[in-house]
Design a protein around this ligand. Structure first.
Ligand code: C2E
Ligand code: MG
Ligand code: MG
Ligand code: MG
Length: 287
């Protein structure tokens, strides 16, 4: 423990701690004005059905290009946003922006794959969360089935009636729900039986090395067979290699998302990718 390691160590520890805290504070400060300054953008990453090579969804991923700090990675700013409560406003913006974009695609006649949005626990626990989802859909005239919410295990594991009611209402509306980063959270599996969730997203941490790491492969295999037995759609995250895709297909995983197909892209580039991808699928089916 730091206490027993003498004064110098303690000072080192505390100065780096305070540097970290300072950095967080100034990031938090910048984050507060980011919405007003229009510094957020959604990137889109395709989800492809392995057996058919069809585009079956896109995940919207938040990007922050700060005036002050430049591009800040979500892994840095999401935590700060959650700790400061700013995630509530940001999450609202993400929800509305994703619906706006989905509506724009509908107008352009672009295939009706759903858009998936990440939801943080704090955001989900707002008593008015379901109403906000309804409002966003209504505002842009987007059918509920075109919206998917990526929830974390910590959200769905909550044994509160508030959570259960919200999940049930969303299901009745027709909103698709998935569990993100599956396998990294709590290991109690019994709850899966009762949840109105349609998809499990196998965390990239297990997928990444499943070709070389027997334990990772065993975990992916177990999640896939559990999910299939429960009639859930399995989505593998972080698929970078062709060989990983082949293995996932053999294991019975339905959908893959990852750099192998496409990185998350700004909407314009995503559309170019989409046109090329759709065109290629057309050519293949004609041939
Ligand atoms: P996530 O929801 O699990 O998203 C998947 C992450 O994996 C994304 O990181 C994506 O860019 C990355 N990724 C996708 N394919 C590959 C691949 O083949 N290889 C590797 N190495 N990475 C891949 P990103 O965009 O940096 O986001 C990180 C996390 O931040 C997300 O993880 C999610 O938890 C959170 N996040 C992002 N946008 C939002 C948002 O709008 N709201 C909330 N609450 N959280 C968000
Ligand atoms: Mg996600
Ligand atoms: Mg994930
Ligand atoms: Mg994640």
């Amino acid at each position: 423990h730091a206490k027993g390691q003498g004064r110098n160590n303690y000072q080192l520890f505390s100065s780096s701690m305070s540097e970290l805290a300072e950095e967080s504070l100034s990031l938090e400060h910048a984050l507060r004005s980011a919405l007003d300054h229009d510094e957020f953008e959604l990137f889109y990453q395709p989800q492809i059905e392995i057996a058919t090579r069809k585009l079956v969804g896109v995940e919207a991923l938040l990007r922050w290009n700060s005036r002050e700090f430049g591009e800040v990675a979500p892994d840095r700013f999401i935590r700060i946003a959650e700790e400061s409560g700013l995630i509530l406003q940001m999450g609202d913006w993400v929800l509305r922006e994703a619906c706006r974009q989905r509506a724009e695609w509908n107008l352009a006649g672009i295939q009706d794959f759903p858009v998936a949005v990440n939801v943080s626990a704090l955001q989900f626990r707002q008593p008015e969360f379901v109403r906000r989802v309804e409002e966003s859909l209504r505002l842009y005239g987007v059918p509920a089935a075109q919206l998917e919410l990526e929830l974390t295990e910590s959200i769905v594991m909550q044994e509160s009636s508030l959570t259960a009611n919200a999940l049930e209402k969303l299901r009745q509306m027709g909103v698709v729900m998935s569990i993100d980063d599956f396998g990294t959270g709590y290991s109690s599996l019994g709850y899966l039986k009762h949840l109105p969730v349609k998809k499990l997203k196998v965390d990239a941490a297990f997928v990444r090395d499943m070709e070389s790491d027997r334990a990772d492969r065993a975990i992916v295999e177990a999640i896939v067979s559990l999910g299939r037995a429960l009639d859930l759609t399995l989505v593998a995250e972080g698929v970078e290699q062709r060989s990983t895709l082949t293995s996932l297909g053999k294991l019975g995983c339905h959908v893959a998302q990852g750099y192998y197909y496409c990185r998350p892209l700004p909407v314009g580039e995503f559309l170019s990718w989409y046109r090329e991808f759709a065109g290629e699928a057309q050519r293949l089916s004609v041939a």
